[in-house]
Design a protein around this ligand. Structure first.
Ligand code: C5P
Ligand code: MG
Length: 191
């Protein structure tokens, strides 16, 4: 199984690159942001709590996210080609929990760190905000999301770097050129 963690600032292209990975490698796409937004839509009590956090650009507590991922892994078909983790882990605690959850199942994951200039992600998110209908694609919340990313999520990259399963991708380029870098790495490591 080829398990890929896509890390990157909001607006760095994780969702876009995930779609291309699904198409080429037949991986399952787990977008935790999409899962949380679906929970909000369901109108549940948990959804209301999540709605508040997302609208403020804050993170859902670790134990809730870890529980969600554990459930997802439990339901993974045995013939799965692998998973793209898009938006998880967002904290070092989540990363440590993911390593343990994967280890218990005899699995591993590699991190691809999608680096994009800050001006560029803000531009992309504001553009997306015109049509996404997302409460968090506005300037104020984008700033908060970027703050959380640098403070809390960036150390997750260092965690994977230390564990020797980390690759840096220059995401400032076009969608195709960004995917070409990802594709080259995945071809090499899946040999
Ligand atoms: O990944 P995405 O940018 O779609 O996530 C949108 C929001 O969902 C985040 O800003 C955060 O509020 C919430 N989220 C979270 N924990 C995750 C993934 C997303 O709290 N692991
Ligand atoms: Mg996304």
């Amino acid at each position: 199984m080829l398990n890929v963690i896509l890390c990157g600032a909001p607006g760095s292209g994780k969702g876009t690159q995930s779609d291309l990975l699904v198409e080429k490698y037949g991986l399952q796409h787990l977008s935790t942001g999409d899962v949380l937004r679906a929970e909000i839509k369901s109108g549940s009590e948990l959804g209301k709590e999540i709605d508040g956090l997302i609208s403020r650009g804050e993170l859902v507590p670790d134990h809730k996210m870890i529980h969600l991922i554990e459930n997802f892994l439990d339901q993974l078909p045995s013939d799965s080609k692998g998973v793209i983790f898009d938006g998880f882990p967002r904290t070092v605690e989540q990363a440590e929990a993911l390593t343990m959850m994967l280890n218990r199942r005899g699995l591993k994951a590699v991190m691809l760190d999608l680096m994009v200039e800050e001006d560029e992600v803000i531009k992309r998110l504001l553009e997306r905000g015109k049509t996404s209908g997302r409460k968090d694609d506005n300037y104020e919340t984008i700033k908060q999301r970027l703050h959380v990313f640098h403070q809390v999520t960036k150390p997750v990259c260092t965690y994977y770097l230390k564990h020797h399963n980390y690759f840096l991708i220059n995401g400032n380029h076009s969608i195709d050129l960004t995917f070409a870098q990802i594709d080259t790495i995945l071809q090499l490591i899946s040999k």
